[in-house]
Design a protein around this ligand. Structure first.
Ligand SMILES: C[S@@+](CC[C@H](N)C(=O)[O-])C[C@H]1O[C@@H](n2cnc3c(N)ncnc32)[C@H](O)[C@@H]1O
Length: 311
């Protein structure tokens, strides 16, 4: 707690924060590049793709009102998730996260590390459905889908299900949709319907979803926003349907014992992490109409919280 307060002081000291965010990004980037991720190559390729801007224009809800917590600098980008560089670098950053999670397994490629992380998540979901004798979901929503890595994994693991994916960043969604159009141009059938949508006030229909999945969204939100996201999920998930929230595990010894320097760098790019770590999401689910609430460790850093919408 003391360390956290000290870090807040550093972050609120503008010249120090400017240095910290550069160091934080450099650390993430080098952990990806050391394991063969072409960070700059990937970002440059996307940044120069003219179709991307056109797709954003098509998908963006121009009257979207963004919550103030979303308009903060995130992940060392001053405009948070609402900019092209963040959108074009998010995939290498997501691979860096997977590599860091399985740091000691140096034989894993970035792709294998990502697959392992996601497979653990979908296994937890499938086990939960099996334990509670629930039918496999046919209508899935991936909320906060970013550029679609979590979404495409859900598509692979639940073949035949209708998958919708939503995000508040039209830049991220444009990257996700670009990949979907590339897949279609190569003869594939459309796998995902992407939508520019605000999770706390969604256009999704009431009681329309069998499985609603939030992967690595909540740590980007303050406590009152987390409450609102769960409340809106209780509206959208059908009675008997499942809400799954995957994110950093506050009980993780790995996270609790992070070296102070690394903790400081991580925290400097995540404005709401203190509130996330202090928030009782399990209780929030129970309070807002979910039953059979359980928490599963999907690996040594992350957890999945699952609950069934009461009938
Ligand atoms: C760390 S990314 C997670 C990406 C992806 N689910 C994954 O597992 O790789 C968090 C995403 O949540 C989105 N997000 C945050 N708050 C949101 C909100 N209120 N409504 C919709 N999306 C939101 C952000 O734009 C960002 O793309």
């Amino acid at each position: 707690m003391l360390l956290s307060k000290f870090v807040n002081f550093l972050i609120n000291t503008k010249p120090l924060y400017a240095v910290m965010k550069v160091l934080a990004k450099r650390a993430l980037k080098s952990s990806a590049e050391e394991r063969g991720v072409s960070w700059d190559g990937h970002a440059k390729r996307l940044m120069s793709d003219a179709e991307l801007k056109q797709i954003k224009d098509e998908m963006e809800n121009k009257s979207m009102v963004y919550p103030s917590y979303y308009l903060q600098p995130f992940h060392a980008y001053d405009e948070g998730n609402l900019n092209w560089l963040a959108a074009c670098e998010v995939e290498p950053a997501t691979y860096a996260m997977a590599i860091r999670t399985f740091k000691s397994e140096t034989d894993l490629t970035p792709m294998e590390a990502q697959a392992k992380l996601r497979k653990n998540i979908t296994s937890a979901i499938k086990d939960y459905f099996a334990t509670h004798s629930l039918q496999s979901p046919t209508n899935i929503v991936d909320v906060g889908c970013s550029t679609g890595i979590s979404t495409r994994w859900l598509v692979n693991e639940f073949p035949g299900a209708k998958v919708t994916a939503t995000d508040l960043s039209p830049h991220f969604l444009a990257v996700a949709e670009l990949e979907e159009r590339r897949h279609e141009r190569e003869g594939g059938t459309r796998r995902v319907h992407y939508m520019h949508d605000k999770a706390e006030n969604s256009v999704l229909e009431t009681s329309s979803v069998d499985l609603m999945s939030f992967q690595f969204v909540m740590h980007e939100c303050p406590g009152d926003a987390i409450t609102n996201l769960v409340k809106e999920s209780a509206r959208v998930v059908r009675p008997g349907g499942v809400l799954c929230i995957v994110d950093n595990n506050p009980q993780s010894k790995t996270i609790q014992n992070l070296p102070p320097a690394l903790f400081t760098l991580m925290k400097s790019t995540e404005p709401w992490s203190d509130e996330y770590y202090a928030y009782d999401i399990e209780q929030c689910l129970r309070d807002l109409g979910f039953t059979e609430v359980v928490t599963v460790c999907t690996d040594h850093r992350h957890r999945a919280i699952l609950g069934i919408r009461a009938q």
